[in-house]
Design a protein around this ligand. Sequence first.
Ligand code: HEC
Ligand code: HEC
Length: 155
Amino acid sequence: MKYRHQFLALIAILSLLGLGMAFTRPGQQPQPAHPQNLKVLPKDIDHASLIKIMHDFSDALGFRCTNCHVTTSNGDMDFASDAKPEKREAREMMRMMKKINRKYFGVKGNFVDVYMNAKITCYSCHHGQAQPAVAATHPERQGQFPPPPPPPHNP
Ligand code: HEC
Ligand code: HEC
């Protein structure tokens, strides 16, 4: 019992230290540039959530960041620019995805809340392709049915 109390005290001290460090961090570490041009994502989105969602978009479509975002002549990325049609289409898709989840699956909240609890995501339709398939190919059914009868033999 005695050790248990000491252990709990140690945990408490460590948590306080951790908390202290969490509060001093912003001053010490430069934060990434604040997003300039968000129309669907919440403007106060944290950097980790933004980057997670962007990686998910890329994976869902089999895209790289540069499929939707502009590279400037000196090789830098201009993530805020809406010059690429793929980015503008992606934004419409975000609105659609949010609406489907809210209206038909009862998922509540802003885009990030909906996204984190989504029943339908970009991947549900895209499966790693820019153009979603509209029909199944059923390769697993091949061989399951007997082959069609040979054509009638005409002597
Ligand atoms: C399928 C298209 C698509 C892909 C791929 C994509 N993004 Fe985005 N990105 C968007 C859209 C759309 C927005 C704007 C969202 C909004 O309006 O709320 C955005 C916004 C951003 C922003 C905020 C820009 C600003 O200042 O407003 C950053 C940063 C960003 N993306 C980084 C990335 C990175 C890094 C990758 C690759 C890992 C990536 N994106 C891949 C579509 C995409
Ligand atoms: C309900 C199904 C569905 C969902 C969910 C969906 N998409 Fe799509 N998306 C489509 C279809 C279908 C097309 C092709 C439209 C066409 O050919 O006119 C498409 C096309 C696109 C394109 C244009 C691709 C190209 O190169 O032509 C982008 C970019 C895109 N979607 C991004 C997204 C993103 C990002 C999400 C998630 C936020 C998403 N989509 C969610 C069905 C969906």
